[in-house]
Design a protein around this ligand. Structure first.
Ligand code: HEM
Length: 420
């Protein structure tokens, strides 16, 4: 078995199985464009990064036997993120102008040109000018309730206790979701996480799914908010959004905002506590100088990026590092691998809150760079400061963690820590 075969085996498959499940480009079927999406994940394995390292060593632009392309080097991922020849839209969706398109097709993340600009400008209004000032009290209140004043001591599963609940409360309150509907938000989010991991076949098919239900819910919620003229903090741009794209597309995009605005931050916080618990010297530095909290957030985003991969499709044939890439060929940008590229970050496997990690690619880059970066960083920092005030030590426990089985989002399902 050669190195390539071994690598495929460690990805949870082998080339023969891949050829069976994934036809070559000549024999590709309708859902080809999403095939390799899941394969980029090496899911559930705690050490996905040694596989990324091996891919990077073999070829920075790594082509799988079923034809999809994976990019692992920082400078290449960074360049691809700003390359206008790489589309955000899956090929099948580019020509589809039907108003009956599935909800996910209309998410900001998959738009280009005018539609993208119109939706983005409206959604990012809360962050323009005063930045996150209006949102800080919402975050502070959630942290206070769920961390500072909560009855927590000894061994605590921090995911169950607060790493999920804090960002959920923040996004729910910032979008005006009533408390009694928060459980639905959690259930939809879990389903969409799975849909994004599945290769999207369901999401882009005609059958209704969690994204449709969530969109219908938010469309109704927005209708009420508009009628009352009451815009919650994250929706100050709602009238402009509805004016530009109509209520239904607005509802779909606010559903996306609700998902993107917390499912990622949940894992930033969990991943940060995981690394701090495993690095007592770093925890001691933080306790000695709490101003390092923002650096701990940045280093977590680099070291354990919550969004592990971003997909793009060339609108015409291109070359990457001299390799020809066909039009519409799926290119998976492995952000988590780029953020551990040794040519960019020295000793990339070391969690070091004193390094300059802010140039990591965890929030993407270019026209689609994350609009919620400042909010996510603020949530991570305020929560960490509250933990530092409340506990002297955070320590790992035996078998205390379980990583999620998901190819797109890297985070913990369970993290039991000894808090004292
Ligand atoms: C640690 C937390 C977060 C991470 C790691 C993260 C990561 C990302 C990444 C990588 C993208 C770019 C996707 C692409 O280029 O295809 C993105 C886009 C986006 N993010 Fe975030 N995000 C986080 C938090 C948030 C928050 C808190 C919000 C909103 C409140 C948010 C809203 C969005 C939106 C609306 C987009 C789409 C932007 C566009 O397509 O123009 N994100 N995010």
């Amino acid at each position: 078995m050669d190195r390539f075969e071994t690598l495929l085996g460690r990805m949870g498959t082998n080339s023969a199985a891949m050829h069976g499940r994934y036809p070559t480009q000549e024999g590709r079927s309708a859902d080809h464009h999403w095939r390799g999406v899941r394969a980029g994940c090496f899911s559930g394995s705690a050490d996905i990064y040694s596989i990324h390292d091996e891919m990077r060593d073999q070829a920075p632009v790594w082509r799988s036997p079923w034809g999809d392309v994976f990019v692992t080097k920082y400078d290449l991922v960074s360049a691809c993120l700003v390359n206008r020849q790489l589309s955000h839209m899956p090929p099948g969706d580019r020509s589809d102008a039907s108003s009956q398109r599935p909800a996910i097709n209309e998410w900001l993340m998959y738009q280009e040109g005018h539609a993208h600009t119109a939706i983005r400008q409206a959604l990012q209004q809360p962050f323009v000018g005063k930045g996150t000032a209006a949102l800080e009290p919402v975050v502070a209140e959630a942290v206070d309730l769920l961390v500072s004043k909560a009855d927590l001591s000894g061994v605590v599963d921090v995911v169950a206790a607060f790493t999920r609940a804090v960002p959920e409360q923040v996004i729910g309150r910032s979008l005006g979701v009533p408390v009694e509907d928060m459980a639905r938000l959690r259930a939809w989010s879990a389903s969409i996480r799975t849909i994004l991991d599945s290769g999207f076949d369901d999401a882009f098919g005609p059958a209704p799914n969690a994204a449709e239900e969530m969109s219908a819910y938010f469309t109704d919620l927005l209708r009420g908010q508009l009628a009352r003229g009451e815009m919650p903090p994250l929706l100050v741009g709602l009238p402009a959004l509805v004016g530009q794209v109509g209520l239904s597309t607005a509802g779909r995009n606010v559903a996306f905002l609700a998902f993107a605005g917390h499912e990622t931050t949940v894992h930033l916080i969990g991943n940060m506590l995981f690394h701090l618990a495993h690095a007592p010297a770093q925890w001691a530095s933080l306790r000695a100088d709490r101003r390092l909290a923002a650096s701990a957030v940045a280093e977590t985003l680099r070291m354990e990026s919550p969004v592990q991969k971003i997909c793009r499709w060339p609108v015409k044939a291109i070359e990457l590092t001299g390799q020809p890439i066909n039009e519409d060929q799926l290119i998976v940008l492995l952000v988590g691998a780029a953020n551990r590229d040794p040519d960019q970050f020295a000793s990339p496997r070391t969690f070091d809150i004193n390094r300059h990690a802010r140039q990591n690619l965890a929030f993407g880059r270019g026209a689609h760079v994350c609009i919620g970066r400042a909010l996510a960083e603020m949530e991570g920092r305020l929560l960490l400061e509250a933990i530092l005030r409340r506990w002297k030590k955070i320590e790992p426990t035996a078998d205390g963690e379980k990583w999620m089985d998901n190819s797109s989002i890297r985070g913990l399902e369970r993290l039991c820590l000894l808090l004292s």
